[in-house]
Design a protein around this ligand. Structure first.
Ligand SMILES: Cc1cc2nc3c(=O)[nH]c(=O)nc-3n(C[C@H](O)[C@H](O)[C@H](O)COP(=O)(O)OP(=O)(O)OC[C@H]3O[C@@H](n4cnc5c(N)ncnc54)[C@H](O)[C@@H]3O)c2cc1C
Length: 396
């Protein structure tokens, strides 16, 4: 495979680099708040075709032709420069592609433009106590009453529910059908009467997720995506999009380069860590895996470019390997900083705003969120490698 850009793509890469240098001051912090600065940056990126690139203009996107290589160059260059690639979140990364795939035209027109611009923030109401890995066991019910669904039940681990304007939610609408066929996919406003959001503080000491309770919540009948009882199919479109967006190898490479800088500057007995065989050994083990993920990414890319080639197995590995690798990479940086590595929060000695400690803990969460590593391994084994299916609970 020729890894050189070729003239058109080399020019595109130069264009992005020049843009990132000239407009760096306008960029908000990576993963910072969804405020005026972040929305203005998002508008600029969409206008230039750098964010929401292939989403049609009538839905508020960049309206460009799909070009896998250009999308890849964008991801690489924004990650390399450590500049925000625009707004993210569950609405943009999961719901928008799903509505494009299975939503009605009215739903696309209503929801996609304000979601892309950051005016409509979403949360994902899937997991429940007793329904996480075995999501299809969910029990939150929705019963049709005239023109409304009436929802009762509880969700848990709902990221950003406290700041979200809307939720996309899985509910049980056909209690007598087999469990995968009794689920529907509803959209509703978070200020609908009967919704209560309670905070959960995670190990980073931040409120990243919540519990959400529903008591007789009334949702207009047409706020359903897909057909009644077919929410499982819709959910699977979303999960595929979620898993694709976790464990990005470009960002991991940027973090690896930052880790190398730390190991060049930190010393033990006057010797740089990077020159110490034991530390170098640890670094090279991580580096080898980062390179393997980059090559896996190229494998996905080349199968997308060559129609008919199946990239599904290579894609299944990204979330599993990518999140575990990031967790371990951040841990090595923390070790390399010595006692400063233990500083967190408002501690005056904390390095890089406590980012290494935060991401180390956050990635432990991502190893679980969006399907745990054990579940990912089952999927790789059964669907990717064709190994025998493990017994399911309740099966003889
Ligand atoms: C940071 C974070 C953010 C999240 N955000 C959201 C969100 O926004 N919306 C939402 O709906 N949910 C969210 N979740 C929930 C997440 O999807 C679930 O935590 C996850 O699916 C696991 O479910 P569970 O917690 O119920 O664990 P369980 O399913 O109870 O699993 C417990 C343990 O058993 C293992 N296990 C279970 N079944 C099997 C099996 N068949 N084979 C082998 N091992 C198995 C699991 O791997 C795990 O180690 C989030 C979770 C985290 C950590």
């Amino acid at each position: 495979m020729d890894l050189n850009d070729g003239p058109e793509y080399a020019a595109f890469r130069e264009e992005i680099r020049a843009f990132l240098v000239s407009r760096e001051a306008d960029a908000p912090a990576v993963r910072g708040p969804n405020d005026g600065k972040a929305r203005a940056w998002q508008r600029l990126l969409i206008e230039r075709g750098y964010a929401a690139r292939t989403i049609p203009r009538q839905y508020g996107g960049g309206g460009r032709e799909p070009d896998i290589l250009k999308s890849r160059i964008l991801a690489e260059e924004f990650a390399r420069a450590q500049v925000s690639p625009g707004l993210g979140g569950q609405g943009i990364s999961m719901l928008v592609p799903t509505l494009l795939d299975v939503g009605t035209e009215a739903q696309r027109m209503q929801f996609i433009p304000p979601t892309l611009s950051g005016e409509m923030v979403w949360c994902q109401g899937y997991s429940e106590p007793g329904a996480g890995s075995d999501l299809a066991s969910l029990r939150t019910s929705a019963v049709l009453d005239g023109d409304h669904w009436v929802i009762n039940g509880q969700k848990i681990w709902t990221s950003t529910a406290h700041v979200a304007d809307w939720m996309f939610c899985l509910v049980r609408t056909e209690p007598d059908a087999p469990k995968h066929r009794g689920i529907s996919f509803l959209l509703f406003r978070m200020d609908t009467p009967g919704i209560e959001v309670r905070p959960l503080i995670d190990m980073t000491m931040r409120r990243n997720f919540n519990e959400v309770f529903f008591t007789d919540v009334r949702v207009p009948k047409d706020q359903i995506v897909g057909k009644r009882g077919e929410g499982w199919k819709v959910a699977n479109v979303i999960l595929k999009n979620e898993r694709d967006s976790l464990g990005d190898p470009n960002q991991t490479l940027t973090r690896l380069n930052m880790l190398i800088d730390i190991m060049k500057s930190e010393t033990i007995d006057g010797r740089r860590l990077i020159d110490d065989p034991l530390w170098l050994d640890r670094l090279m083990r991580i580096q080898g895996r980062v390179m393997a993920m980059r090559h896996n990414d190229l494998r996905v890319l080349s199968s997308k470019l060559n129609e008919g080639q199946d990239s599904s197995l290579a894609r299944m590995i990204v979330k599993l390997q990518g999140t575990e690798l990031r967790h371990e990479l951040e841990a090595l940086a923390i070790d390399a900083m010595g006692e400063v590595g233990l500083a967190y929060g408002a501690n005056p000695y904390v390095r890089d705003n406590g980012g290494w400690q935060y991401w180390h803990m956050y990635y432990l969460g991502l190893i679980i969120g969006g399907g745990t590593s054990q579940i990912q391994k089952n999927i790789v084994a059964e669907r990717g490698l064709g190994m025998p299916r493990e017994p399911r609970a309740g099966e003889a």
